[in-house]
Ligand binder design. Structure first.
Ligand SMILES: Nc1ncnc2c1ncn2[C@@H]1O[C@H](COP(=O)(O)OP(=O)(O)OP(=O)(O)O)[C@@H](O)[C@H]1O
Length: 337
């Protein structure tokens, strides 16, 4: 998928100025990738998703999905394209008056799939999402997590190559969120479905995505592999998001509190995959006879790769600490706090 200079403006409401909900967005999403889009409320995430599935026309720019240009397509062509796009929602959006089976049969009916094939497909999908015994249950008798499993199964009925997830786990508790994210990962791994997930939760990004784009005021202000963005966030808004799940360095208040407990100097060290390891750092301190304590931060793992932001309190003769800090700074990015 390829977005170039995508703009969506909403006309001015009475007494208000025009809203630019999506402002000159460029984004490339490889087939089979899981792309997260994060941003605070009002950043433009939902608008962007509505542009991707053609529910609303972009004001200008280019959106190519699987080689087809979306901008300027007629409704009939858009409908055909939408068959290749599945959607799941925060509030699940199931038909309450239909059973689970009926919910899954609906998109197949619209796509003109015959009954025998419907039977086969629905049964296969209910097994895939772990709900083979709920076929005749109504949504009101399902838990939130089960409803979202049905939502995922329904989105997959027509075998789409793209799945759009709009805050798909925001209404779920952490344990259920984890289960649903695991299921989405299986969808991606087993069917090769490209997933675009919009969320305001960095845990979701960490657990689910390969790449992340950060939106602010309609713009994509930062993009990258999840590991890179988590280990080295560039923009202030990205740092705020990453800071919700990964410790960077203690805040001014936390540092003041730490100083009352530790007499020594504080140094923050950044360890990155493939770089010097903790043992290398500790060897320097040991050699210089400097005592240390880990007072903030720790080691994180993202997609099998680790990184750490460690704040150490160092204690020892001034000359030894000076020398140790110098050597550490030559070894890894280091900052005295
Ligand atoms: N139909 C509309 N008409 C006018 N303004 C709109 C419309 N839809 C969205 N907006 C405005 O566009 C901006 C982006 O909204 P959008 O819903 O895309 O953000 P979001 O990041 O998805 O936030 P949330 O998570 O709260 O939905 C906001 O300022 C919003 O008020």
């Amino acid at each position: 998928m390829r977005l170039r200079n995508v703009i969506k403006t909403y006309p001015a409401a009475r007494g208000r100025s025009e809203v630019c909900a999506v402002d000159d967005v460029d984004l490339d999403i490889a087939a089979g990738d899981v792309q997260a889009i994060v941003g605070y409320s009002g950043a433009g995430k939902s608008t962007l998703v509505r542009l991707l599935n053609g529910l609303e026309p972009a004001t200008s720019g280019s959106i190519q999905i699987g080689g087809t240009e979306l901008v300027g397509l007629r409704e009939r062509q858009l409908r055909r394209l939408r068959l290749d796009i599945g959607m799941i929602f925060q509030q699940f959006n199931l038909f309450e008056s239909r059973t689970v089976w009926g919910n899954l049969a609906y998109p197949l009916d619209i796509a003109g799939v015959g009954k025998a094939e419907q039977q086969r497909r629905i049964s296969e999908l209910l097994h895939f999402v772990g709900l083979p015994d709920k076929a005749h249950t109504y949504p009101r008798n399902l838990s939130g997590g089960q409803k979202q499993r049905v939502g995922i199964a329904r989105a997959l009925t027509t075998n789409p190559s793209l799945l759009l997830a709009d805050e798909a786990t925001s209404a779920l508790d952490p344990e259920t969120t984890h289960e649903v994210l695991r299921l989405l990962k299986r969808v991606n791994a087993e069917f090769g479905t490209t997933i675009v997930a919009i969320t305001h939760e960095m845990e979701v990004v960490r657990e689910l995505a390969d790449h992340v784009a950060v939106m602010e005021n309609g713009r994509v202000v930062e993009t990258g592999r999840v590991y890179d963005v988590f280990s080295a966030p560039q923009q202030p808004v990205t740092r705020r998001f990453v800071g919700t799940v990964v410790d960077d360095e203690p805040s001014t208040e936390a540092l003041a509190a730490l100083r009352t407990r530790h007499p020594g100097r504080f140094v923050k060290l950044e360890l990155r995959e493939g770089g010097p390891r903790q043992t290398d750092v500790f060897a320097v301190l040991h050699e210089r006879g400097v005592a240390f304590e880990l007072v903030f931060g720790g080691i994180e793992e993202i997609q099998g790769a680790t990184f750490g932001n460690l704040t150490l309190a160092l204690d020892g003769p001034t000359a030894s600490v000076d020398e140790a800090v110098r050597e550490l700074a030559a070894l890894v990015p280091a900052k005295e706090l």
